[in-house]
Design a protein around this ligand. Sequence first.
Ligand code: TYD
Length: 143
Amino acid sequence: MTNNNHSLRADINDCRIIKLPTHCDPAGNLIVAQNSNNLPFAIERVFYIYDIPTDAHRGGHAHYREQQLIVAAAGCFDVEVTDGTTSRTFTLRRPSEALYVPAGLWRAMKNFAGASVCLTLSSTHYDENDYIRNFDQYLSLLK
Ligand code: TYD
């Protein structure tokens, strides 16, 4: 199934930071992301990016259906999000802060600190047909 004929709904105000519960311990802190624990979707897939050059640009796409929670599991980086009209930049620097990116928003990650790990919790299985990778196409789908 392709999504090429679908239009998009996107609102930057749906994008927000969600605090994940943390169990602090002198021997190391533990953070939990558990379905039905105030998460905006059920987690279907987890992926993470590591060994990221500090000048790398990741992301640069939107999704028709997929929702994500993006976490700096280590290090720090910026996530630029836009709905085609309004843009916001979130600096993720705490493993307990997850950025909720709903479907329909364009996102790009950059300004990675050394040894950063970008952890993503996703609402769907991987499906290349769910990606919009061209920004002009993205803008035209919003009309
Ligand atoms: P991509 O989504 O383009 O990475 P980013 O947007 O973070 O820069 O994915 C990079 C490659 O990995 C691409 O070939 C697709 C593949 N991939 C999978 O096979 N499964 C997955 O779950 C993800 C997220 C990516």
